[in-house]
Ligand binder design. Structure first.
Ligand SMILES: Cc1ncc(C[n+]2csc(CCOP(=O)(O)OP(=O)(O)O)c2C)c(N)n1
Ligand code: SF4
Length: 504
């Protein structure tokens, strides 16, 4: 690797204009004068230039003062949730192994809310580069204590100074990570003097070069001035980094296995989705009733988007799970997304289920093809979001006469009353599922029955659920208006069982 050269001019890895600074000099960043982020962003750009990797670099920007990294560096940019940059970087690197992925994180981001992410990414030896900016404080939010705040240092949350007996000691992240086997390069540098900045430039470039060479996890911790929050002028802040911070955070290389490390082998390929039912043992379980394997032509173009909603304890999630499991058995691509409050009972509970002929693009259902409402509050909550033509099945003797959007295919199924007569109102969820199957024809009842046989191990409940399912089908045939029933789509008839693909 060539040594650092002195270059006068703007790094090509920077955008020509920084749009964020629209009210001032478009060549300026938003960082305060003397901020270490500004220096470090420049070192990053120079390293990217020197290694010739601008077109394949992906910068994962954090939450913190450096949140706008994507406004400055002309590379692939992703903004991650607070602390989650190593997880996002992992995903990018694994899916695009040729990319050079840099996770850039502050100390609040990496060492507080993101502690788990950094430890596990390092422990897995992800072939990413992490730049960890330690300014001993939460800068962006106005100066709260960070895990790295020095003993005695004042912050808005430690106005009398950090007291280890109350707040614990500063966490030395590099030392922690150096206990792990996988990392190849761990180094701490500073921005406290020109000499330190030159060393930081070398460390940053090396940590990225390790990735270019296909080696594993590299992290560079950078002690960095934050004059604004520290209440110092830029020179005083730099002196603090140079003279004071290294007493708690010694500079140097804590791990260097780059000479002996071998390039990480490519990850094993994930199985073909078509093989999953076999791997999961789902194909044999319902043999003869599955109606085809995943991705088969039988469901081509199908996209059933169902929302089921009710109170906790009404079996909304079980309804969704049975539907999803049966869909998987029948060869659909499937997603089941549960959502419920902290209460076990009586809180709201809903789930999104998708049964698709092709790959599921999102588990979230924002434009349902069917709503199954097990109680009145759920009906009222979800109805306004339903588009004309959506099937709505409501657990009641009759649909409410007022406040219904126009154009819905809405029908009442007295599921609780039916289930009560069969033995327990708790089987109302299966009555509603039976009605849904009858109305849509999305699954052959035999597939769902086989799924129930498999999932419900208590014989008494299994019999009740099966009876409730069949009663729901009968009730739908008897009580639902013709507009709710897609009789031609009921399985057994050829052709796609649902509407064509549409964005969720
Ligand atoms: C999930 C979440 N929690 C809290 C916040 C508020 N927040 C924004 S920046 C920040 C601290 C950032 O500090 P640090 O990572 O040290 O970066 P700096 O600003 O010092 O560069 C916090 C707590 C948030 N945006 N998101
Ligand atoms: S508050 Fe501190 S970390 Fe944030 S931009 Fe200003 S000097 Fe930099």
């Amino acid at each position: 690797m060539p040594d650092l050269a002195v270059v006068h001019g703007r790094s090509p890895s920077f955008y020509a204009v920084f749009d964020r600074k629209e009210d001032g000099d478009p060549g300026q960043t938003h960082y305060c004068p003397g901020c270490g982020h500004g220096i470090l962003t420049k070192l990053l750009a120079e390293a990217i230039d020197a290694l010739g990797i601008q077109d394949r670099t992906v910068l994962v920007s954090p939450v913190g003062c450096s949140v706008f990294g994507y406004e400055y560096l002309d590379v692939g940019n992703i903004q991650a949730a607070h602390g989650r940059a190593p997880a996002v970087a992992t995903a990018v690197k694994r899916s695009r192994p040729d990319s050079i992925v840099i996770s850039y994180q502050g100390d609040g981001d990496l060492a507080a809310i993101g502690t788990a992410e950094i430890i596990h990414a390092a422990n897995r030896g992800e072939a990413i580069t992490v730049i960890f900016v330690n300014n001993a404080i939460y800068g962006m939010t106005g100066g709260q204590m960070a895990p790295t705040t020095l003993v005695g240092e004042r912050s808005t949350t430690t106005p009398w100074g950090r007291d280890p007996t109350v707040h614990g000691y500063p966490i030395r992240v590099c030392e922690l990570l150096a206990t792990l086997e996988a990392p190849v390069h761990i180094e701490r540098v500073g921005l406290g003097s020109n000499r330190q900045i030159m060393a930081a430039a070398r460390a940053v470039r090396r940590a990225i070069d390790n990735q270019v060479r296909g080696l594993g996890f590299s992290v560079v911790e950078v002690l960095s001035p934050c004059p604004t929050i520290w209440g110092l002028d830029p020179v005083e802040a730099q002196t603090f980094v140079r003279d004071t911070m290294p007493r708690t955070f010694p500079l140097g290389i804590l791990r260097d296995r780059t000479a002996t490390a071998v390039p990480r082998p490519p990850l094993p390929s994930p199985p073909d989705p078509a093989e999953l039912p076999g791997i999961l043992g789902l194909d044999g379980a319902t043999a003869g009733t599955t109606g085809g394997r995943a991705g088969g032509p039988r469901h081509a173009g199908a996209d059933h988007r169902i929302v089921a909603a009710g109170f906790g304890g009404q079996g909304v999630q079980v309804l969704g799970e049975v539907l999803a499991e049966a869909g998987l058995s029948a060869g659909y691509h499937v997603a089941w997304l549960p959502s419920y409050g902290p209460q076990m009972r009586s809180g709201t509970s809903n789930c999104h289920v998708r049964l698709c002929g092709g790959a599921v693009d999102s588990p979230l259902v924002s434009r349902p093809t069917a709503l199954v409402a097990l109680n009145q509050p759920s009906l009222r909550a979800f109805l306004p979001r339903m588009e004309p033509g959506t099937l709505v099945l409501f657990n009641a003797d009759a649909v409410p006469p007022d406040g219904l959007p126009r154009g819905l295919r809405i029908g009442a199924v007295p599921a609780t009353a039916i289930a009560d007569r069969l033995g327990s109102p708790r089987a109302a969820n299966m009555v509603m599922l039976g009605a849904l199957l009858e109305a849509t024809g999305m699954l052959a009842p035999g597939v769902v029955e086989a799924t129930l046989q498999r999932m419900v191990t208590d014989p008494a409940w299994r019999d009740l659920d099966l009876a409730a399912l069949r009663a729901g089908q009968r009730a739908a045939r008897r009580a639902l208006p013709a507009t709710c029933l897609h009789r031609t789509a009921i399985l057994g008839a050829p052709g796609p069982p649902g509407p064509g693909p549409r964005p969720s």
